[in-house]
Each structure stands twice: as C-alpha cells, then as structure tokens.
Design a protein around this ligand. Structure first.
Ligand code: ADP
Length: 162
C-alpha cells in the first residue's frame, strides 16, 4: 500500500491540479493533497479557504484527502507516512525548479521518492497566479477551474462573473 502526498499552495486549486490529483489517485492507494500554510509568496486565499476549495474539488475521488501543513513537505510526508511525493510539470522551467527541490528533499529525507506527472497540453499554460490575474480582469475562466472556485474568485475579487 503506497501513500503519496501532493503538496502545493493551491491558491486556488485549478483543473490542472485536479487532473494531476486524479491521475495520481489511480497510481497510489491513498493520495493526500497537502496545502502549504505559509508559502513564500503573496496569497489571495486563506489556508482555510484553500483547503475547503481543494476538498470540494476532489470530493469525487474516494482515496484522495486534503490536509493543511506547515513547514517542510518532507516532514509532512513523514507525518502522514507517505513514501512518494507527487508534483506536476508544465514547462521546462518547472523541471528546473523541481529538480533543485528534489535534490534538497532527497538530502532531507532520502526515503521519499518524487514522481512528476506531465501536465496535459490543455493545462500546460495554467497557473494559479495567471488564473487570478485573468479572473481579476474579468476574463473567461470557465474551463480552467471548478464552479465553486469561480464563485470564490468572484467574491474575493469583486468581479461580476459567476
Ligand atoms: P507551489 O507553490 O508548490 O508551486 P502550486 O499550487 O503552484 O504550488 O502547484 C503545486 C504543484 O502542481 C506543482 O508541482 C506545480 O508544478 C503543479 N501544477 C501547477 N499547475 C499545474 C497545471 N496546470 N498542470 C499540472 N500541474 C500543475
């Protein structure tokens, strides 16, 4: 039985993240989406909101759970007894970043394996930050995030789109 974590900021969760979670849920007995409490970047949503949006987004996947975490992802993996960390790769810049992080994580926890899933072409350009920008400017994000995330963005940003 293999447990995997899928850590990230998920500010907010997008269809690209959900696709990775769905594909990973078929590979492992249990997948825990770890929502990082305090990433070193500007956040739109609180930890509670990010966790709640992620929970709703993967409610249909019975072996996928969502938990907030603080501190190092490798320590979160130890805490939930995960053997694998899942990350998504969109473009080559993601690879560079993931490679550096993987080297550091291996030093911190050599037992933890990293599995990277390549994003589907339709989500390759999709990032939470770009999504927030488009939503703020009133662009169409209907096929990029679930309905409840569109509603949360509208509420936050005061945009009229529902
Ligand atoms: P982080 O702050 O850790 O990068 P993100 O929430 O931005 O957190 O992303 C979490 C993980 O999901 C990362 O591995 C990222 O590369 C991946 N990811 C982000 N967007 C997509 C997407 N559209 N398709 C596939 N993977 C994605």
């Amino acid at each position: 039985m293999i447990t995997a974590i899928y850590p990230g900021s998920f500010d907010p969760i997008t269809n690209g993240h959900i696709d990775v979670a769905q594909r990973a849920s078929r590979l492992f007995s249990k997948l825990i989406i770890g929502v990082y409490d305090t990433p070193y970047k500007h956040l739109l949503f609180t930890i509670k909101e990010r966790v709640e949006m992620a929970r709703q987004a993967v409610a249909h996947l019975s072996n996928v759970k969502v938990q907030p975490f603080n501190g190092l992802a490798v320590n979160f993996a130890k805490k939930v007894k995960a053997q694998v960390m899942v990350r998504g790769l969109r473009v080559s810049a993601d690879f560079e970043r993931e490679f550096d992080m993987a080297m550091m994580n291996r030093k911190l926890n050599p037992e933890l394996e990293l599995i990277c899933l390549i994003a589907k072409p339709k989500y390759q350009f999709l990032s939470s930050s770009l999504l927030k920008e488009v939503a703020r400017l009133g662009g169409d994000i209907d096929d990029l995030v679930p309905k409840h995330v569109i509603q949360a963005l509208s509420k936050k940003e005061g945009t009229s789109k529902m």
